[in-house]
Write a protein that binds this ligand. Structure first.
Ligand code: S3P
Length: 188
């Protein structure tokens, strides 16, 4: 697979990037990485604390920095990204240079069902959740589509079905399946 065999998952909050990413990595014997986790580890703070203390623009700068650090260093990795990551053109370009980008597209109602009562996402606190999600999805959907190599409409799919679809798409792109044997990969 091109771009060091990396698979990148983008999409709105609650689109299933983490659950899909973890199962996908396990199935393909890839490493799983998450940009939010990397940022929290580097900063020693939760995402919500970073937003509160330094603001969203600082967090966005950390997101770009994280991609710049990962560029060229990742191999056979499934990278799950924060929901806002692909919204800047710079980040979208970096993501495409790192791996094949899959947009896990999800509708407002599914998101609402999953994120009701969530306290970890600073952008969804205070105010009307439905209104916020609707507005953000409208703004972001074209940006996600622009950043993606492959778009998967996930509304009616289980995590396992999405994983299978990603693997099928990778196979179609490369003309070959994902090797789950590390030794075989190394010999190439
Ligand atoms: C954000 C999504 C979050 C996290 C931060 C901002 C966004 O990640 O990066 O709260 O702008 O959509 P998840 O998509 O993993 O929830």
């Amino acid at each position: 697979m091109r771009k060091m065999n990396n698979i990148i998952l983008i999409g709105y909050m609650g689109s299933g990037k983490t659950s899909v990413g973890k199962l996908l990595a396990k199935t393909c014997k890839y490493q799983f990485c998450d940009t939010d986790e990397i940022i929290e580890k580097n900063e020693g703070e939760r995402i919500s604390e970073i937003f509160e203390a330094k603001g969203e623009s600082h967090f966005r700068m950390l997101e770009t920095q994280t991609l710049e650090q990962l560029q060229g260093k990742m191999k056979r990795c499934v990278l799950s990204t924060g929901g806002g990551m692909p919204c800047s053109e710079v980040n979208a370009g970096l993501l495409k240079s790192i791996g094949t980008v899959f947009y896990l597209k999800v509708s407002k109602d599914i998101v609402l069902g999953r994120l009701q009562g969530d306290t970890t996402r600073p952008l969804l606190q205070n105010g009307d959740l439905e209104e916020k999600v609707e507005q953000m999805l409208k703004l972001r959907d074209p940006l996600y589509e622009r950043a993606a190599d492959v778009i998967i409409q996930t509304d009616t799919m289980s995590v396992k079905e999405i994983v299978n679809e990603v693997m099928k798409q990778v196979e179609q792109i490369n003309g070959t399946g994902i090797s789950t044997k590390r030794k075989e990969q190394k010999r190439k």
